[in-house]
Design a protein around this ligand. Structure first.
Ligand SMILES: NC(=O)c1ccc[n+]([C@@H]2O[C@H](COP(=O)([O-])OP(=O)(O)OC[C@H]3O[C@@H](n4cnc5c(N)ncnc54)[C@H](O)[C@@H]3O)[C@@H](O)[C@H]2O)c1
Length: 282
């Protein structure tokens, strides 16, 4: 057997704090005007990173401005765009590279979740969901990977980068009490895309993973629960841990996947669901 080329004592020199640091790195986060994406933006700046928020909303949630004020040493910029329009999205990525100089990480949180019975679905509505959730993820990953591949190495990021897709528990099990056929299919596509890209891009030093959250408290789920009150009961009481997830529960997993702490972790999907992927109570 030939000896492995690595220094076997490296673990003595890399502290957990150092491994989780994103100091100097630029992370693009789609769909971060609010919701999960905005919590990821906060998590990234908390560990020293810079964030470019790409979203279709006219302006971000008021918390965005609070975060910007609270972390003056990090750069946090907002770009209004549309992940379904390749040319528009490419122009936004070009602006990010011009403003930040590089892209070290990408998180794709832009997504929608229509709830309509399968047989009644209009083709335009299905196409919109697929365009945002699948093509929007695909295009953003392609644009980020192209930049990661061509940029110069730095101390804080010698090569490549990390891409994190936000998939869903809906990729793994049908959503009880909801009729979300296209959403489930779109998230299945996202999980598969992470696996395929993790393999294809490994040689370029680019890692690709997805996170599949269960029911999380955000504006998206609160709006759904307002519209369909029985859903609140399902989301709150059926996870084995007997609560909905909080955005706090996803901050460290996203930082982990973006950072050197996960340097050997690619082509995976991480389920953070309070156990609901394994079984439901009630
Ligand atoms: N909240 C949950 O319980 C939950 C669970 C599993 C997965 N997810 C997934 O996490 C992601 C974020 O969900 P959320 O709850 O934060 O939703 P949200 O509605 O609060 O945020 C989604 C963001 O995406 C943006 N967006 C929509 N279409 C866009 C487009 N064409 N171009 C650019 N931006 C666009 C919206 O403006 C919004 O700011 C989604 O992909 C969702 O499917 C959410």
């Amino acid at each position: 057997m030939t000896a492995p080329p690595q220094n076997p004592n490296r673990y003595l020199e890399n502290s957990v704090q150092d491994l989780l640091s994103l100091k100097g790195r630029t992370v693009v986060i789609t769909g971060a005007a609010r919701g999960l994406g905005l919590a990821f933006a906060l998590a990234v700046v908390e560990v020293g990173g810079n964030v470019a928020v790409l979203d279709a909303a006219e302006k971000p949630h008021e918390h965005y401005y609070k975060i910007q004020k609270q972390f003056p040493d990090s750069k946090l910029e907002y770009y209004r765009t549309d992940v379904t329009k390749y040319d528009v999205l490419k122009a936004s990525f070009d602006s990010v590279v011009k403003d930040f100089g590089r892209i070290d990480g990408l998180v794709t949180a832009a997504g929608i979740c229509p709830d309509e019975p399968f047989i009644e679905r209009a083709p335009e509505s299905v196409a919109r969901c697929m365009n945002i959730n699948v093509l929007g993820t695909y295009y953003a990953a392609q644009l980020a990977a192209a930049q990661m591949d061509k940029q110069e190495p730095t101390d804080f990021n010698p090569r490549g980068g990390s891409i994190v897709f936000i998939a869903s528990i809906a990729a793994h099990v049908a959503s009880k009490g909801q009729t979300t056929s296209d959403y489930c299919a779109s998230k299945g596509a996202v999980v598969s895309l992470a696996k395929a890209l993790g393999v294809e891009l490994a040689g370029k030093g680019i890692r690709v993973n997805s996170i599949s959250p269960g029911y999380m408290v955000t504006d998206m789920t609160l709006e759904l629960c307002d519209k369909y009150p029985w859903l609140g009961d399902i989301m709150q009481n059926e996870p084995p841990m007997r609560r909905m997830g909080d955005r706090t529960d996803l901050k460290v997993p996203v930082v982990y996947l973006l950072s050197n702490a996960s340097a050997y972790h690619t082509s995976d999907d991480i389920l953070i669901t309070g156990g609901i992927h394994a079984g439901r109570l009630l």
